[in-house]
Design a protein around this ligand. Structure first.
Ligand code: NCD
Length: 308
């Protein structure tokens, strides 16, 4: 029996089960302790194609670094202005052509539905590295893994998710993933940035409440997950100006939380976590970003190797 992720697209986190998450967690542990020489056989001679229509630092670089670390190579379009897209080539043709050159594709696109569409037309498996405000499934895998690694469990935790809940795609993927566990969710945001109602279908499976202030819930949280305001997704710049700077985490609010609370953030951070928090033991966002390399190496190894 091949591993359950072999040859699979990663479009939505909703397509994955708890047992798939466990397979991924085990693979990360395994790959992290593998000597580099052995690791290099996992993608020897394989090519990863990256097509990024939106800016990225961590996601793209961690995928590239992950692929190199398991012996593979990367090619890609990371600046559409230097590719034939600039000459008017459409997304469909770009995906069809690039999928013929590679073993696996990673795509980031500003439109919801773009990753699903790409997976339908691509010859090779497609990994969604962010589809508009819709989803960012590999970030959710990383977020779950970070929680699991730090807390040794996911069931039974109280998880606060604070920030731009309206447009943050990482929040949606994380909430869908958490709906497969038994957690309490506290959603914290200014009223204008509340969760989009269409997402509540899945989130309702968890026990959740909505709040406008962090101090209402800080004392009960085991995990606080913060996101930046997604300025680029606001249809009206005046709306962004109204909510800009409306929430932040500092040392004094964390002093009122549990001593083993962990603070996470998909990054990039703008001003929603004060730099003074970085030196506290609660701050796990840089660790979270670092774990992204091995998490993605494990995911690539599982998709490329039936036996891994
Ligand atoms: C996130 C994204 O692109 O959605 N970044 C990331 O991949 N770590 C979060 C964000 O841009 O705010």
């Amino acid at each position: 029996m091949p591993n359950p992720l072999f040859g699979k697209d990663v479009v939505s986190i909703r397509d994955f089960t708890r047992s798939d998450f466990e397979t991924i967690f085990e693979a990360v542990t395994k790959i992290s302790s593998m000597p580099p020489k052995e690791r290099r056989f996992l993608a020897e001679g394989r090519i990863l194609g990256l097509i990024f229509y939106e800016p990225s630092s961590r996601t793209r670089l961690s995928f590239e670094s992950a692929m190199y670390s398991i012996g593979g190579h990367c090619i890609g379009i990371t600046d559409p202005s230097t590719a034939s897209i600039e000459k008017g080539e459409n997304f469909t043709d770009t995906v069809i052509v690039v999928s013929g050159y590679v073993d696996l594709l990673v795509i980031r696109h500003p439109r919801e539905g773009a990753a699903r569409y790409a997976a339908d037309i691509s010859e090779k498996p497609v990994i969604n590295a962010g589809s508009g405000a819709e989803e960012h499934p590999t970030q959710a895998m990383l977020d779950l893994y970070t929680i699991y690694r730090e807390k040794k469990r996911i069931d039974g935790l109280t998880i606060g998710i604070m920030g731009d809940l309206r447009y943050s795609r990482t929040v949606y993927s994380l909430l869908y993933a958490l709906s497969k566990y038994d957690t309490k969710i506290r959603l914290i945001s200014p009223p204008e940035l509340k969760l989009r109602p269409d997402a509540l279908i899945d989130v309702r499976k968890s026990s959740w409440t909505q709040h406008s202030r962090l101090d209402e819930v800080i004392s009960e949280l085991d995990v606080l997950y913060v996101t930046r305001i997604q300025k680029e997704r606001f249809p009206d710049p005046a709306e962004y100006q109204r909510v800009k700077g409306s929430y932040y985490v500092d040392v004094s609010i964390l002093e009122r939380g549990k001593s083993d609370l962990i603070v996470m953030h998909p990054l990039p951070r703008v001003d929603e976590i004060k730099p003074e928090v970085d030196k506290l033991p609660q701050a796990k966002y840089f660790l979270q970003a670092k774990l992204g390399k091995d998490l993605r190496a494990a995911l690539l190894a599982l998709i490329l190797n039936p036996e891994f």
